[in-house]
Design a binder for this molecule. Structure first.
Ligand SMILES: NC(=O)c1ccc[n+]([C@@H]2O[C@H](COP(=O)([O-])OP(=O)(O)OC[C@H]3O[C@@H](n4cnc5c(N)ncnc54)[C@H](O)[C@@H]3O)[C@@H](O)[C@H]2O)c1
Length: 275
């Protein structure tokens, strides 16, 4: 699933100084100079590194990590060099410190409380997803406007009414919210969340949110992903058709050459085929 920025949606866009391993792990953390595409790949490296650590590895080569993360190894080396991590020739990267570095950069060294608004089909699935906890997030609150849903327990968390957003966002120190309401309700709910103190929103509703500049919004749209795959399918079939035509033309050409060789006038027959 890819995530897209729309309108003023933001991520880490600025290049805000360099980082060294000691800056990451030391007492005076500085913030790294990271292109946004690198930021988008860091979670993949982290996932792959966790898996490698769980399967008993202490070190990994750049090729091994690139393969596990599904990226090109030159890109991976460049990304990790932004963190001041260059690996050791012949050994590769030490997994544990690299995990620490990436977690620090992604702000995952503390578990973040997340609110989810709109506990319908999608919201239920998200609220029940165990993967958030293992990746550093705690679903701290669930909200819905439908009173019949209020009080329902999902993974031990009771659904609250959206009227409780200000109180709960404050008491649970929530800065990130996931929006899974119908499109028509999304802007008003986002405004409520922001007024309560939320500063980052993961928006699943198919609508562009208009929010203050300082609020980071990421949009997830599976239909857009399918449309992109549809483009690739279309291109493959168009190319396939062209290739089939080229093969047919080649076969005609070969026949013409053969006929010409028999008749003694290949140039004329080649001209006929080309036409
Ligand atoms: N991004 C994606 O890939 C993707 C995939 C599926 C669905 N969606 C979108 O996610 C949203 C939810 O889809 P769904 O199938 O779960 O819908 P749903 O109708 O099952 O659930 C919507 C929930 O939002 C609640 N709600 C309505 N107004 C609200 C408000 N003002 N405040 C709080 N809660 C409110 C409803 O009571 C309901 O529980 C839709 O916008 C849908 O288009 C996105």
């Amino acid at each position: 699933m890819s995530q897209q920025r729309t309108g003023h949606e933001a991520g880490i866009t600025g290049r805000v100084g360099a980082v060294t391993p000691s800056a990451v792990l030391g007492s005076q953390p500085d913030f790294p100079d990271l292109p946004e595409a690198t930021v988008a790949r860091l979670p993949e490296y982290l996932r792959a590194l966790h898996h490698l650590a769980e399967t008993g590895h202490d070190t990994v080569s750049s090729e091994g990590l690139a393969l596990a993360a599904g990226v090109n190894s030159a890109k991976l080396r460049k990304d990790l060099s932004h963190l001041g991590s260059y690996g050791t020739r012949g050994v590769g990267y030490d997994i544990e410190p690299l995990v620490g570095q990436i977690e620090y950069i992604l702000g995952l060294n503390k578990r973040r409380a997340v609110a989810l608004v709109g506990v319908g089909n999608l919201g239920h699935a998200l609220a029940g997803y165990a993967g958030f906890a293992s990746r550093g997030f705690r679903i701290a609150a669930l909200f819905d406007a439908d009173l019949t849903r209020v009080g329902e327990l999902i993974n031990g968390i009771a659904v609250r009414h959206i009227g409780d957003i200000p109180e709960v966002v404050k008491s649970e120190a929530i800065s990130i919210a996931v929006l899974a309401t119908p499109a028509g309700a999304a802007q008003a709910v986002a405004d409520q969340l922001v007024a309560a103190g939320v500063t980052s929103i993961l928006n699943f509703a198919p609508v562009v949110l208009n929010l203050p500049e300082q609020v980071d919004v990421r949009k997830v749209d599976l239909a857009v992903e399918l449309q992109i795959l549809s483009f690739h399918e279309h291109r493959k079939s168009a190319r396939g058709a062209e290739q089939a035509k080229a093969v047919a033309r080649g076969a005609e050409l070969a026949k013409a050459v053969a006929r010409g060789a028999v008749n003694g006038s290949p140039a004329a027959t080649l001209g006929e085929v080309a036409a």
